[in-house]
Write a protein that binds this ligand. Structure first.
Ligand SMILES: C[S@@+](CC[C@H](N)C(=O)[O-])C[C@H]1O[C@@H](n2cnc3c(N)ncnc32)[C@H](O)[C@@H]1O
Length: 246
């Protein structure tokens, strides 16, 4: 098992405890409702890199038939324990175990940054999604959240200034993201053009781009409320499988 896959196995519990089942407000209040809304009208939906399946569960609460795949055995097993009716399958996003055009739509949420051969996974999603179907790609905002991006407080000015520094946007690199408690996960930053071009090359046309306001704004951030509210953390690309593609 390589380093990236191992990180998701060994940190499976951390992910489950910190980000699922209502533990993380950005998910429960913002991302899950948004993804459900974006899948409205689609019947068979695939989620690649489903983790323990919280998005699949949210979709399944509507009339959608959702299927999740993930490389991590622990995530899949935990998800099936949480909801035995969830359809969760252990698989790589680069080799999907489904026939062509099986799904009406697909989602990749906060996973593409962890997939080395991400172009291969886009080609696979394109293969299993019907023409006219939808692919929603949700990721850390590649432009505004590139490694090294952060708030900078400048106390040499009066009054002190706070501004957003953008890291080395064009440098494509894999670095370890540290979350404390000894948890670190490899994360690959790529410029936005890499994703848009790969989507296009695999037969997807981007029809909407969403940049949700960061959520939630903490009490202690209120003095910086304006600045914080205007730097997006997430980017969602809503794509359509073009009618000209296979
Ligand atoms: C940040 S979690 C996101 C989980 C889920 N999409 C969510 O938003 O709740 C990323 C997941 O992607 C999975 N993953 C990473 N690379 C993958 C690959 N090549 N194929 C399938 N799953 C992958 C990891 O195992 C992990 O569970």
């Amino acid at each position: 098992m390589d380093q990236k896959k191992n990180a998701w196995e060994s940190n499976a519990e951390w992910w489950q405890n910190s980000f699922t089942n209502g533990a993380n407000a950005e998910y429960s209040e913002q991302l899950l409702p948004l993804l459900v809304e974006l899948m409205n009208g689609f019947q068979k939906v695939l989620e690649i890199g489903t983790g323990e399946g919280q998005i699949v569960r949210a979709l399944s609460e509507t009339s959608i038939n959702a299927v999740g795949i993930d490389q991590s055995d622990k995530q899949i097993r935990h998800g099936k324990k949480t909801d035995p009716s969830s359809v969760l399958i252990r698989s790589l996003a680069e080799h999907l175990p489904f026939r062509d055009s099986f799904f009406d739509a697909a989602i990749a949420c906060l996973v593409v940054e962890h997939i080395e051969q991400f172009e291969e996974s886009f080609r696979e999603v394109s293969r299993v999604v019907k023409r006219g179907g939808r692919f929603v790609l949700a990721m850390n905002h590649p432009l505004l959240q590139s490694p090294g991006s952060s708030w900078v407080e400048d106390w040499t000015t009066d009054p002190p200034e706070k501004y957003w520094r953008v890291g080395s946007y064009l440098r494509e690199e894999t670095s370890e993201e540290h979350f404390g408690d000894g948890v670190s996960i490899p994360f690959t930053h790529r410029p936005l053009s890499r994703y848009l071009n790969a989507l296009n090359d695999s037969g997807f046309v981007t029809t909407r781009m969403l940049e949700p306001q960061p959520f939630p704004i903490q009490e202690e951030d209120l003095k910086w409320k304006n600045e914080i509210a205007f730097i997006p953390r997430l980017l969602l690309l809503v794509c359509e499988k073009s009618s000209g593609s296979k």
